[in-house]
Design a binder for this molecule. Structure first.
Ligand code: CMC
Length: 453
């Protein structure tokens, strides 16, 4: 993708040399994003031989765009999230998860015929090689399901060696299909392993979400029938989690994928990134925090410990790098949570959650820092109501986010401007110094074997 609308110039003067420079300002996209190319700073030099030129320093990419993307749009101040231009509220209301996965990959909603092929292909690939099931059996009974998911997705790469042909459209398509199809199977196998229950194989008569619930929850009944409220709730949560532009795990998938490794390996890197408590792992941490609080009467003291600052606990499920007003996903999930809670009733943990939310939303500390409930505050509560164990929550997030990771991975591969991701650094270590043997205080070091004699 190239810059489409160059308008204006950023003029810079280097006070060290008095030299003036100009960097074109580009405005691009329907929302009018403006930027300069960091590479234009390279021309700013003192004039010393071999000098690299001026770098921009931006830890955690706080103000650096690493790509141009046409997939997901977020306006953090206005609380807007759109996939391919469609508002998340409309997709959550009316679409299916596989329709959204198609939209993310292809850029347009499918026609009925396209949708049928897409669903057929994904359904056809839900089974995994028996050795993958045996591989999962090798994990300890208390293994974290995210570790199991991450390693089994990486292991799939060895079952499909042709997947490394990432520029062959057929191979790429089948890898995308396999990943979307097998993630629920692997996730459910991990669940059954941890529970000590026999594996339930995919039922290809069921839809994506129902089949997943069947593999997780079916016992002796010949045909699994999902609770329709739970099945729709899962579909909506999958849609909300399907993509979120350049977040930590997507950035990991793009960075690893930029080495042109196969997509199974790249997606397993995304799963590893998602596992962290500051990212997808937050939904699990919300529940752990609620367990630690124990009773609604302890909420004010907990909030005080959060406000005490550095070193104290964080209010998990609150705050977001991009949303500084509200998280539009959280609004949808809150409504969904109310429907699910109406079915199963409110218990002590939910009371704690609601009290936390109430106090935090009216407390100056959180208001001043623009900390609002994010999607993870409520998703954990819904998953818990559906009887999913706490350490399984992030796995559900990973199943859904696979759709976004794959769309972003393909966009990166097809972007002619992208190369292997390789950030610069500001070196702050020692200058050159001579090696001195710590034993003899001499240079060069005597060989250890000689010393031993
Ligand atoms: N509880 C208490 N204080 C907080 C929290 C929180 N959850 N989040 C941020 N702050 C404070 C932070 O200490 C800082 O205060 P001060 O200015 O006094 O130093 C201020 O708010 C700004 O925070 P920040 O760390 O600069 O914000 P960030 O953009 O780097 O971090 C975040 C974003 C999501 C990592 C952070 O808000 C956080 O750790 N939240 C809890 C974990 C969580 O819920 N993560 C899920 C994110 S949504 C799912 C996803 O997309 O991954």
């Amino acid at each position: 993708m190239s810059d489409t609308n160059v308008g204006g110039t950023l003029e810079l003067r280097d006070s060290r040399t008095g030299s003036a420079y100009a960097a074109p300002i580009t405005t691009e996209g329907p929302e009018g994003d403006t930027y300069i190319r960091a590479g234009d700073l390279k021309q700013v030099k003192r004039g010393e031989p071999g000098e690299f030129g001026l770098l921009s320093y931006d830890p955690a990419f706080m103000n650096t765009a690493s790509c141009k993307s046409a997939i997901t749009f977020i306006d953090g101040d206005k609380g807007i999230l759109r996939y391919r231009g469609y508002p998340i509220e409309q997709l959550a209301e009316s679409a299916t998860f596989l329709e959204v996965a198609y939209l993310l990959r292809h850029g347009e909603l499918p026609t009925q015929a396209e949708y049928d092929v897409w669903v057929h292909d994904i359904t056809f690939h839900t089974y995994v090689h028996e050795n993958i099931r045996k591989f999962l059996e090798g994990f300890r009974y208390d293994a974290h399901p995210m570790s199991m998911l991450c390693s089994s997705v990486a292991a799939l790469s060895s079952f499909y060696p042709n997947a490394h042909n990432i520029f062959d459209p057929k191979e790429r398509y089948v890898s995308v299909i396999r990943l979307l199809a097998k993630l629920p199977t692997l996730a459910a196998f991990a669940y059954r392993h941890v529970k000590g229950l026999p594996t339930i194989y995919p039922d290809n008569q069921l839809n994506y979400g129902e089949n997943f619930l069947s593999m997780v929850a079916r016992m002796s009944e010949p045909k699994y029938e999902a609770n329709p409220v739970f099945s729709r709730a899962l579909e909506v949560l999958f849609i909300l989690h399907a993509d979120h532009e350049q977040n930590c795990s997507t950035n990991a998938v793009r960075a690893v994928g930029s080495s042109h490794v196969d997509p199974f390996s790249a997606v397993s890197a995304g799963i590893a990134a998602l596992f962290g408590p500051l990212h997808g792992g937050a939904n699990e941490q919300v529940l752990r925090m609620i367990k630690d609080i124990e009773h609604p009467k302890n909420v004010p003291a907990f909030i005080e410990s959060v406000k005490s600052g550095k070193g104290g606990p964080k209010l998990m499920g609150f705050g977001h790098r991009v949303y500084k007003n509200y998280d539009p996903r959280a609004r949808i999930v809150k409504k969904l949570a109310d429907q699910v809670f109406a079915q199963i009733g409110i218990d002590k943990d939910l009371e704690i959650a609601l009290e936390l939310e109430r106090i935090a939303l009216s407390d100056e500390y959180f208001i001043a820092r623009k900390l609002y409930p994010n999607v993870d505050f409520y998703t954990g509560l819904i998953y818990r109501s559906m009887a999913f164990p706490t350490d399984f929550f992030t796995v559900l997030f990973a199943v859904a986010r696979t759709a976004g990771w794959l769309a972003q991975w393909e966009e990166m591969l097809d972007d002619k401007e992208q190369k292997i991701a390789r950030p610069r650094q500001i070196y702050v270590g020692h200058g050159e110094r001579q090696y001195v043997d710590p034993l003899t205080n001499k240079f060069p070091r005597a060989h250890k074997d000689v010393l031993r004699k």
